[in-house]
Design a binder for this molecule. Structure first.
Ligand SMILES: [Ca+2]
Ligand SMILES: [Ca+2]
Ligand SMILES: [Ca+2]
Length: 206
C-alpha cells in the first residue's frame, strides 16, 4: 500500500473555557483516505497529550502543566499522523476567560441601621478563586444622590478590613451609596454597593 497523502483535519480550531475549568477538544471527524489515522498529538507549551480517536479531555491541571495559568488567548498545535507516517499540523486557539473576583461590603454608622452620622465604617471582604490574580486592587467609593458622581475614599490591596470616614461635611440626603470595587487586573471588575442616608441636622423645636 502506498499512501503519500496527509490526513485531513476535522473539527473546530478554537475552544473556550473559564479559569479553573477543563476543556474538551474533539478532532474525531479528521480523516485519512488510504492508510487511516494512527493517532493525534496536541502540544500546549512544552506539554504533549496523545489521543487515538481525536478526543482530548483536558483538566485545568492539564492546561496549567502546559503553561496556561490565567485568562488569555493561547495557541496549541495538533499533529495528526496516518498509518503511513504522513502528518498534518493544525494550529488550535485556546481562549481562557477570567473568573471575576468576589467582594462583599457592609456599613455601620452612628445611627444604624440606615441613617448615619459620623463616623461611618465600611467593612469589606474580597476574594479571587485564582491565586495568581492576587493581590487584588480594591477601591472604596462614596457615590452621591442618584449615583451621579463619586469620590474615591481609599484604595487598598488588603482583602478584608474596615475603613472609617467622616460624613460631617456632607449635605443631608437619603440616598448616598458606598461602592466597594474589586479588580483582579482584568476588565472583569466586580463590586458591592450599600445605600445609606446622612442626617447631620439636629432636631428643631416647633
Ligand atoms: Ca494518508
Ligand atoms: Ca485571571
Ligand atoms: Ca480572577
Amino acid at each position: 500500500m502506498v499512501d503519500n497523502t496527509d490526513p485531513v483535519f476535522g473539527g473546530e480550531t478554537g475552544y473556550t473555557t473559564t479559569e479553573t475549568s477543563g476543556m474538551v477538544l474533539d478532532f474525531s471527524s479528521s480523516s485519512d483516505e488510504t492508510a487511516g489515522i494512527e493517532g493525534f498529538e496536541l502540544t500546549i507549551g512544552d506539554q504533549t497529550f496523545s489521543s487515538e480517536n481525536g478526543e482530548f479531555e483536558l483538566s485545568w491541571n492539564n492546561l496549567m502543566s502546559g503553561g496556561i495559568t490565567n485568562d488569555g488567548e493561547y495557541t496549541a498545535t495538533l499533529i495528526i499522523t496516518d498509518n503511513a507516517g504522513n502528518q498534518t499540523s493544525q494550529s488550535i486557539t485556546l481562549n481562557v476567560d477570567n473568573v471575576p473576583s468576589e467582594v462583599s461590603a457592609s456599613l455601620t454608622g452612628a445611627l444604624s441601621p440606615l441613617i448615619f452620622t459620623s463616623p461611618v465604617t465600611v467593612q469589606r471582604s474580597a476574594s479571587d478563586i485564582n491565586s495568581y490574580d492576587l493581590p487584588l486592587s480594591i477601591s472604596i467609593e462614596l457615590w452621591n444622590e442618584n449615583m451621579s458622581g463619586f469620590t474615591v475614599l481609599t484604595t487598598t490591596d488588603a482583602l478584608t478590613g474596615t475603613f472609617t470616614f467622616d460624613v460631617g461635611g456632607y449635605t443631608d440626603a437619603e440616598n448616598y451609596y458606598v461602592k466597594v470595587v474589586v479588580n483582579d487586573g482584568t476588565d472583569d471588575a466586580n463590586d458591592d454597593t450599600e445605600q445609606f442616608a446622612i442626617d447631620n441636622t439636629a432636631p428643631q423645636l416647633s
